[in-house]
Design a protein around this ligand. Sequence first.
Ligand SMILES: [Zn+2]
Length: 244
Amino acid sequence: MTQQKIDIAQQIDKLINLQAVDSVIYKLRAEKNQKPRQIQEFKNQIEQEQKVFEETKSSVKALQLKRKEKEIELETKETNIKKLNTQLYQLKTNKEYNAMQLEIAALKADCSVLEEDILKFMDEIEKTESSFKDKQKQLDSGKQEIDSQINKIENEIKSIESELSAQEEKRSYLAGDIDSNILSNYNRILKGQDGLAVVSVVDHACGGCFMHLPPQVINEIRLKNDIIYCQMCSRILYDKRADQ
Ligand SMILES: [Zn+2]
């Protein structure tokens, strides 16, 4: 019964204004929603680099451990040689003497193999350590870069949020001036149609879903006696040309 008191043309104008603000709000929300994923991508990147770094670090440790083992083995054999050398002159027979000399020679051969191994390990450790240091530098500068990127994104989120709250304030001001039934229809369509509830007629078709509109419907839209909804996508239709 209050339907007749409502100026539909005016309501449509208000809906168009509201839609303009809502479009901005939807765009800002979509932008904001993308940000955490961007931050996560940066975090994954640095995690991957950290992992490579830790791997190099532990391979240096493993090499150092192997070197230490060889050094202990070498030390044991050298102690053994010294011991045998002192025993050598206490031996009674030539046979015993020769046997022990063979034993010493074998130990000495083992020692020189061990010394070579140790040198190889030292060489490898040196190389790995230098690449380790390079990786550390890379990691440090990478972390700095990513921290500043994340910082930048966090600032972008803040500025989107403040823009959003300004737009939301504007929205509630505009919405307060619209008939409550019309507004609740609008809100329902807005939600269901991904932020686009009011569309203009484009080339005799709905500007939202592009369904062709019969001349009868276009006439009704131009008359503005009622709010006309698209039969396909249920969006609210208006005709730009009707305003001219
Ligand atoms: Zn449509």
